[in-house]
Design a protein around this ligand. Structure first.
Ligand code: ADP
Ligand code: MG
Length: 330
């Protein structure tokens, strides 16, 4: 059996935070930013890591990359303990933090990338070939000679991605790589990540707020909330299992009073158009058939709950679906 790319077992990270209580008193309090997280990521996977602000995503990533040491639990990345083998691991993984660049601010992008080669001790010929490939894929050519500080956010992110992948890492970890990017840059970054995963087989762990990133790229998602994994499984299963209602939009031949059907009632009426919310368990085909029998229907469309609504339900603390997908006990 091949060693998994990431293995986390009951990983905890607590911080001591000082809080003012009263005019002079200060109290110290331990906060569990990551509270007993276990998961495995196999080679070649593309996993989305989601959760509301402050859930513990960045803390997890900092532990995976050896920046922070776990308070307890075991963590292996490429079979190594990240905090003890940080330097060795750095040559095997790539990391991108959307909020902060790893490039040298005052140097042209080209020189920054040349320094990265030394840092990771990449052999010159291999570096040249890889740089040419990344330059083409990320369309870096027009700004290779521009100092990093003069790059737009989208250009800088493309530069950071190139820097993270120059040494051809086995694992790429991204913390909010599309934050603040314009639509075109976002599309470039997404296309690029998809290719890196599909063509080079690079394992990718992607933290993002952008659900478009997730829907486009990730087959599997892990959702963290208050430091605990709330879900680990397929995106489709998540959508199916969460009790996210679907909405039937019915266009009648003429305006009519609100429709009622087997306990389902129109929740909105606008002229001839009515919105019926279907509970998860309802059979849409049967409802449509009943509608057509009793009403003159011009058009019908079914709107599935988007991943956004699914997550909103999850973050609100509606935990019914925690025991589905690849479940994690709350
Ligand atoms: N260095 C730190 N010291 C104290 N608390 C921290 C520190 N880093 C993170 N936290 C806290 O841990 C929790 C998780 O933070 P973080 O991992 O950054 O969340 P996310 O990336 O999901 O938004 C938050 O409550 C945050 O305030
Ligand atoms: Mg974060």
């Amino acid at each position: 059996m091949a060693v998994p790319m990431i293995e986390a077992e009951d990983v905890v990270k607590s911080f001591t935070v000082r809080a003012r209580s009263g005019a002079l008193r200060r109290t110290r309090r331990r906060v569990r930013a990551v509270d007993g997280v276990s998961f495995t990521v196999e080679r070649g996977e593309f996993v989305g890591y989601l959760g509301p602000n402050g859930a513990g995503k960045s803390t997890t990533i900092k532990m995976l990359t050896g920046i922070l040491t776990a308070s307890s639990g075991t963590l292996r990345v490429c079979g190594l303990d990240p905090s003890r083998r940080r330097t060795t691991l750095a040559r095997r993984i790539g990391v991108v933090f959307g909020q902060r660049t790893t490039l040298w601010w005052d140097l042209p992008l080209r020189s920054s990338l040349a320094l990265v080669r030394r840092l990771y001790r990449v052999e010159a010929a291999a570096h040249r070939a890889r740089l040419a490939e990344l330059t083409a894929l990320l369309e870096l050519e027009p700004f290779l000679d521009t100092p990093v500080r003069q790059l737009s956010l989208g250009q800088r992110m493309r530069g950071d991605l190139a820097a993270a992948l120059l040494h051809d890492p086995e694992l790429l970890v991204l913390d909010e790589p599309t934050i603040g990017l314009d639509v075109v840059s976002k599309a470039t970054v997404r296309d690029f990540l998809e290719r890196v995963n599909a063509e080079r087989g690079t394992t990718i762990l992607l933290t993002t707020h952008d659900l478009g990133d997730i829907e486009r790229l990730c087959r599997r998602v892990m959702i963290i909330d208050h430091g605990r994994l709330a879900y680990d499984g397929g995106l489709d299963e998540l959508r199916r299992t969460v009790d996210a209602d679907r909405t039937l939009v019915v266009e009648l031949a003429r305006p009519a009073p609100p429709i009622t059907l087997d306990g389902i009632e129109a929740e909105r009426v606008e002229g001839p158009r009515q919105w019926l919310r279907l509970p998860n368990a309802a059979n849409a085909a049967a409802v449509v058939a009943a509608l057509a029998r009793d009403h003159e229907v011009r058009d019908i469309s079914l709107r599935e709950a988007g991943i956004e609504e699914v997550l909103a339900g999850l973050y609100r603390g509606d935990h019914a679906y925690w025991c589905s997908g690849r479940p994690v006990a709350p």
